[in-house]
Design a protein around this ligand. Structure first.
Ligand SMILES: [Fe+2]
Length: 433
């Protein structure tokens, strides 16, 4: 058995896993509050999936990998859904094309919600009734399905944001968090934290809790002495980059990034817009005046790299950010029972800030296999490994990452052109040995 899918003793507590399963399923449905069926239908670009599709696909995952293969006599809710809601698993079969997900007016949202309820009930029953041998196979798959669903909770937030931001009548479906009092002290100079480097261990320890296959095996890397900023780059600092011609000066940009700036006429992060001469940004609580002390968000890897060049720094390596992540408690910020899906304002003064729960931080590390990596056998092996080309790793976790879905070894990955995720950057600099 692959170590990422091996049975662990803590999975023997069926009641605990069932409670977690029911909670996470309900949390996904909670993300539809404040949305109308029309909002849940639209697909604004190929990378965006409609909310309705996320609701269905996260149910399909349990049907395809748990209920159909392991539960004798399982009756699928609708056999066509296997075709409609398979995302990218070649081994499972043919599927509806990703770019055309928004064209599926049927099934209706109501039917998708009935599908969800059916799958939820079937999995809950399976948790109660599987015999011991089956449980050893099924429990790690249920846990994978829950982590998959949590990933989709964040994707659903970034996707619905892209959908709703298009309209000249932007809608902010989620409640605005309570405003922190405006402090008198400015954010001030960015402070850095030094690391001596050398031979360090990175990656997850197999068997210590749930991890994806791509976080394994744990292995040794060599790092030269470096320092990392104690907080991510702020909106105010990004405005300085823009004022200094950041989007007009080719000297800061990677060639592909410069082509993107010119081709798409980029001038600012994705959701920034000028209203009556002042910068605003669209948030899931509606448009708001740009807060200079919040982390800059919704930038591509190319923009992050250009900023780092402009600032006389560089993007961190993923191993460097993993060392930093061990210096902070792993807490995401999507709390579900509390309002707020936007990076929180940072505070003046020294001290490590927003390692988790602000923005995903771009690294310069290509998303590739760790030494000795191999994917699990079968269809589920397509989860991560086959995407190890042309993408960059992001580390940390964002304000849209579920609070219990972050850890130091977590590897997020997107093409460096992607801007619609909750992505920002933290600066790194070399230190002489
Ligand atoms: Fe998925």
């Amino acid at each position: 058995m692959h170590p990422a899918l091996a049975m662990r003793p803590d999975l023997n507590d069926r009641a605990l896993l069932k409670a977690r399963f029911s909670r996470i399923r309900a949390q996904t449905e909670g993300l539809t509050q404040g949305l109308a069926p029309e909002d849940m239908q639209v697909q604004t670009m190929d990378d965006v999936s409609p909310m309705k599709w996320h609701l269905a696909h996260t149910s399909w995952f349990f049907e395809a990998f748990l209920l159909q293969p392991l539960i004798k006599g399982y009756q699928p809710f609708d056999p066509v859904f296997d075709y409609l809601f398979n995302s990218y698993y070649e081994a499972v079969g043919e599927r509806w094309s990703r770019a055309r997900r928004g064209l599926l007016t049927r099934p209706l949202v109501d039917e998708v919600l009935r599908y969800r309820a059916y799958v939820t009930a079937q999995v809950e029953r399976a948790i109660e009734t599987m015999d011991e041998a089956l449980w050893h196979q099924g429990a790690p798959i249920i846990e994978l399905g829950l982590n998959h669903e949590q990933q989709h909770q964040e994707l659903a937030c970034s996707d619905i944001k892209h959908v709703l931001a298009v309209s000249p009548l932007p809608h902010g479906p989620y409640p605005r968090p309570e405003e922190l009092p405006h402090k008198s002290e400015a954010l001030g100079e960015m402070a850095f934290m030094a690391f001596e480097g050398g031979l360090v261990e990175v990656g997850a320890v197999a068997g210590s809790g749930f991890v994806y296959d791509n976080e394994l095996p744990r292995h040794t890397v060599y790092l030269y002495p470096f320092e990392l900023a104690q907080r991510p780059v702020s909106n105010g600092e990004w405005l300085n980059f823009m004022a200094d011609g950041g989007y007009q000066r080719a000297e800061f940009w990677l060639s592909e990034g410069w082509a993107m700036v010119q081709g798409e006429r980029l001038q600012a992060p994705l959701y920034w817009r000028q209203i009556a001469g002042e910068w605003h940004e669209y948030t899931l609580h509606g448009p708001q005046k740009l807060d200079p002390d919040q982390p800059v968000c919704h930038i591509s890897g190319y923009e992050a790299a250009a900023y780092a060049n402009w600032a006389g720094a560089r993007l961190p390596l993923e191993a460097e950010l993993e060392l930093l992540a061990h210096c902070a408690p792993p807490e995401g910020r999507l709390l579900f029972n509390q309002p707020g899906v936007h990076p929180a304002r940072m505070q003046a003064g020294d001290g490590l800030q927003a390692v988790y729960g602000g923005v995903w931080e771009w690294t310069q590390s290509a998303y590739s296999a760790y030494p000795g990596y191999h994917p699990p056998k079968g269809a589920v092996g397509e989860y991560n490994g086959k995407f190890m080309a042309s993408q960059w790793v992001l580390r940390g976790g964002s304000c849209a990452t579920p609070y219990d879905h972050v850890r130091a070894s977590y590897r997020n990955f997107f093409p460096p052109s992607a801007r619609w995720q909750f992505s920002g950057l933290r600066l790194a600099r070399d230190l002489s040995a």
